[in-house]
Design a protein around this ligand. Structure first.
Ligand SMILES: O=C(CO)[C@H](O)[C@H](O)COP(=O)(O)O
Length: 281
């Protein structure tokens, strides 16, 4: 169903520039929303509507004959829907999607998007995906949907990686939302690995918990790769991110973590006041 949006100014910014964009009655709308009513009365958008705006803007980067990494999550879902819509309308041709999860695979199949995998297409033209946190340098936390490993494999194989978020995802530093930073670990000894991870970040007041599906904490969440997820919660800044990344990856049993450092080439942020496009400098 079509949703109504106010018109937005779309602003191109480097990561460190200001993000506040003022809506205008004469701006070029970014996604393909219907024009705002002449009264310009304030419209309060839901978080999902903001996600959809960011997703539609990102799909403007998609061209015919591209191999596209298809992200996972409620924001990426809008982008996948939009790509299918443009294919069906004949506005895009010969797209090959590389899904980053079984869930996205199922969505893309149901929409008729032709799919392949990294083995057949090791170089991806463009990936579009959501994120859980974005810092001022366009570093990300991803994987609260549990798909971080395939997402990182596909997105680090992409010439361009466009991240789509609503403004609630912007943080001063990774871990700053107080929500989980996920780490994918092998099931064997997962609780021991969680303890090692917690000890690693003791100075940052880290608490590590295995992600579970039940309230008693006995049924582990299992990723598409058959692994478990340990969630790290930080009370303080974790300091240098590359150092933190190296330390996590050195723990035996860790498969990958949810910090995506230096991978995003563009971040599209949708907020109540407009859309900001931030490019990696
Ligand atoms: O990394 C992810 C899944 O593993 C998602 O991109 C991330 O969790 C954001 O999700 P959403 O768009 O639903 O807010």
């Amino acid at each position: 169903m079509a949703i109504s949006y106010p018109q937005f100014i779309v602003s191109e910014k480097s990561p460190m520039e200001a993000k506040i964009i003022v809506p205008s009655s004469s701006s070029q709308a970014s996604p393909s929303p219907p024009p705002l009513s002449s009264s310009m009365s304030p419209v309060v958008l839901t978080q999902d509507e903001l996600k959809k705006i960011a997703a539609y803007k990102a799909v403007e980067y998609v061209e015919s004959n591209m191999v596209i990494g298809l992200g996972t999550g409620s924001t990426a879902k809008h982008a996948v829907d939009r790509i299918a819509e443009l294919l069906n309308q004949g506005k895009l041709h010969n797209i090959i999607g590389i899904p980053t999860s079984k869930k996205t695979y199922d969505q893309a199949v149901s929409l008729g998007i032709p799919l392949s995998d990294l083995n057949s297409h090791p170089v991806v033209d463009l990936s579009i995906d959501g994120a859980d946190e974005v810092d001022p340098f366009l570093n990300l936390v991803k994987g609260r949907g549990g798909s971080l490993l395939r997402e990182k494999m596909v997105e680090s194989s992409s010439k361009k990686f466009v991240v789509i978020v609503d403004e609630s995802k912007m943080v001063k530093h990774l871990g700053g939302s107080g929500l989980a930073m996920p780490v994918e670990v092998v099931p064997y000894g997962d609780l021991a690995v969680a303890k090692s991870l917690q000890a690693l970040f003791e100075d940052s007041g880290c608490v590590a918990k295995r992600r579970t599906l039940d309230l008693d904490g006995k049924v582990p969440f299992v990723t598409d790769n058959g692994n478990h997820i340990v969630e790290l919660f930080f009370k303080k800044d974790i300091g240098d991110l590359n150092t933190a990344s190296d330390k996590i990856l050195r723990i035996p049993g860790v498969v990958e973590h949810g910090m995506f450092l230096g991978l995003a080439t563009t971040v599209i942020v949708a907020g109540e006041l407009g859309v900001t496009v931030e490019n990696k400098s």
